[in-house]
Design a protein around this ligand. Structure first.
Ligand code: PDD
Length: 287
C-alpha cells in the first residue's frame, strides 16, 4: 500500500514526496526528530514528544514550522488516512534548504524549515515476541557527540552500534563511557537489583526519554525504588534484571549482557510487570 506522508504543508503519496538535495539535514545532519507510538489508533504521550521537540529546536536555535496543535492534527490525520492501528509516527524538522552548501546557518527569515512526517505500520507492536524472549546486549564504546540530550538525526554511530551488535550475534548495543553505561543505541538502559530500578540520571550524556519519564513514574507508583545514577558494565552483568525503554520498544527486557546471562536468562519479573503497567497506563492517556 502506498503511504500518505506529510511534507511542508502537503499530504502526498510517498513516491511524490520530495526534499531538496540542499536540505541541511541531508548535507549536515542539521535536523531533529521525534518518534511517537500508536496503539489502538491513538498517540502515546504526544504531549511529551511535542515538548521535547520544542526543547531540541530551541537548543539548536531552529524555528518551529507550526504550532503543537497543528502538529497533533497532522499526526492524527496521518494515522487516520494510513489506517494505523499499531505503529509509529516519525517526525523530522530540519533547518531547511538554503539553496547551497554553507557551514553558516541560513537566515531563518528567508529559509523555511523543512518538515516531514510519515507513519510506520507495526502490527503486533504491543504484543512483541521479543518481549517474551528478551534482548541480548553487547557493550560498545560511546563515540557520539556531547549533546545527546538533543534528538538530532545524526544517527550514524547508533546505526553502526546496531550493526556491531548484530555481528556479535546480539540484538542491540549499550554504549559505555568511562566504564559507565550511557544508553542503548535507540533506547534508555536500566538494571534491576532486588526492588530497585537503576538508570543513569538525566544530563547532556543521554536522551531524555519520554518513555523513561513515564516508566520511572509508574515504577515509583508501584512501590519500586528508583535510583538515578551511573552503573558500570560489571554491575549490569551481575544485576537481577535489565531492560530498555523507548517509544518503539516500550519496556523491553534484557536477558544477556556481553555473554553473561542475567538471572535465569529469561525476562525478569519486574521488567515484565513494568511493561504491562506502561502499556495499560499509557493507553488510558493516549489521544
Ligand atoms: N529512539 N535514547 C536514544 C539514543 C534514543 O534514540 C531513544 C529513542 C531513546 C528513548 O526515547 P523515547 O522513550 O522518548 O523514545 C533513548 C527512537 C525511538 C528512535 O530513534 O527510533
Amino acid at each position: 500500500m502506498t503511504r500518505t506522508v506529510y511534507v511542508n504543508g502537503e499530504y502526498l503519496p510517498e513516491h511524490e514526496a520530495k526534499v531538496s538535495i540542499f536540505d541541511r539535514a541531508f548535507l549536515m545532519a542539521d535536523g531533529v526528530y521525534e518518534v511517537t507510538s500508536v496503539l489502538e489508533g491513538k498517540l502515546i504521550d504526544f504531549a511529551g514528544h511535542a515538548k521535547r521537540l520544542e526543547r531540541s529546536l530551541t537548543e539548536l536555535d531552529m524555528r518551529a514550522p507550526c504550532t503543537t496543535d497543528e502538529l497533533l492534527e497532522i499526526h492524527r490525520e496521518l494515522v487516520r488516512v494510513n489506517d494505523i492501528d499499531e505503529g509509529l509516527v516519525y517526525l523530522q524538522i530540519t533547518r531547511g534548504a538554503p539553496g547551497d552548501r554553507d557551514f553558516v546557518f541560513p537566515d531563518p527569515e528567508t529559509t523555511e524549515p523543512t518538515i516531514v512526517l510519515f507513519t510506520q505500520n507495526k502490527p503486533g507492536l504491543a504484543d512483541s515476541p521479543a518481549a517474551k524472549t528478551g534482548l541480548k546486549i553487547v557493550t560498545i564504546e560511546d563515540q557520539r557527540w556531547g549533546r545527546r540530550d538533543i534528538k538530532t538525526v545524526q544517527l550514524l554511530y547508533p546505526s553502526m552500534g546496531k550493526m556491531m551488535a548484530k555481528k556479535a550475534g546480539c540484538d542491540d548495543a549499550w554504549m559505555v563511557e568511562d566504564g559507565f553505561v550511557t544508553e542503548g543505541t535507540s533506547n534508555n538502559a536500566y538494571i534491576v537489583k532486588g526492588n530497585k530500578i537503576i538508570t543513569r540520571a538525566l544530563s547532556n550524556d543521554i536522551l531524555h526519554g519520554i518513555t523513561r519519564a513515564a516508566v520511572l513514574r509508574f515504577a515509583r507508583e508501584a512501590q519500586m525504588e528508583v535510583e538515578e545514577r551511573n552503573f558500570s558494565v560489571e554491575e549490569a552483568k551481575s544485576a537481577d534484571e535489565a531492560f530498555v525503554t523507548s517509544a518503539s520498544a516500550f519496556v523491553m527486557p534484557v536477558v544477556e549482557i556481553d555473554g553473561a546471562a542475567l538471572g535465569d536468562g529469561t525476562p525478569g519479573r519486574r521488567s515484565l510487570r513494568l511493561r504491562e503497567i506502561y502499556l495499560e497506563e499509557s493507553l488510558k492517556a493516549a489521544i
